[in-house]
Write a protein that binds this ligand. Structure first.
Ligand code: ZN
Ligand code: ZN
Length: 210
């Protein structure tokens, strides 16, 4: 449990948010924010559209470690979030940008999830070990240092999961709210309202039938 007095809580926040200086970081998503991300918010169809639009300008290298990839299908779209914590009010999570990174970097970034996938047999031991090796190589650290970083990341995650968060999709807010409204307006009874609100999604012929 976080300390009750605001000043003590502030110090605890500063301590908890400290991260070792690494090129590749382990960033676990706070528990209350699980599934509160742009990918889930947009759903498969719109996420794929956004990914396709963003990836057009991307070079064939990992945005994190700089390793080359054969083609864009090998790059994962990774949401980069910033976290602000306050002693007296809800914490704030903001989507800063979407990076395109290689699968090894992505699984290192979300190592908490990687461990779950490994424990449930969804990724192989070979891949799991490769992620750890990649982390050590990119950061020039030993395996015991990786383990210490991981313990630190779990402590940080536990602290960050202890209170409620407000979520902002940053530059993607408009897109998120547009898709949210589209979803509310599903169903044939809303077809007229849909066409009036989102005319750009329809052909002239369809709009004539309003
Ligand atoms: Zn990488
Ligand atoms: Zn990610």
């Amino acid at each position: 449990m976080p300390p009750k007095s605001p000043s003590k809580y502030k110090t605890a926040i500063q301590e908890a948010l400290k991260q070792p200086r690494r090129k590749l970081q382990i960033n676990m998503v706070p528990g209350p924010l699980f599934r509160q991300n742009l990918r889930t918010m947009l759903g498969k169809h719109h996420w794929r559209g956004l990914r396709g639009a963003l990836i057009e300008d991307v070079e064939l290298v990992c945005g994190s470690c700089g390793n080359e990839v054969e083609d864009t299908s090998k790059l994962h779209a990774h949401e980069v979030w910033s976290y602000k914590m306050f002693p007296r009010k809800n914490h704030e999570a903001t989507l800063e940008r979407i990076d395109f990174i290689c699968p090894l970097c992505h699984h290192a970034e979300h190592f908490g999830l990687t461990e779950k996938l490994y424990n449930s047999g969804q990724i192989t031991k070979k891949f799991y070990d490769a992620v750890i090796r990649h982390y050590c190589k990119i950061n020039n650290v030993t395996k015991p240092q990786f383990k210490a970083d991981l313990i630190r990341a779990y402590e940080r995650h536990k602290f960050m999961s202890s209170r409620a968060w407000n979520v902002s999709y940053g530059a993607f807010s408009e897109l998120a709210s547009l898709v949210g409204r589209l979803r509310v307006l599903r169903g044939p009874e809303n077809s007229k309202a849909r066409k009036m609100l989102f005319p750009h999604l329809y052909t002239k012929k369809e709009l004539k039938r309003l």
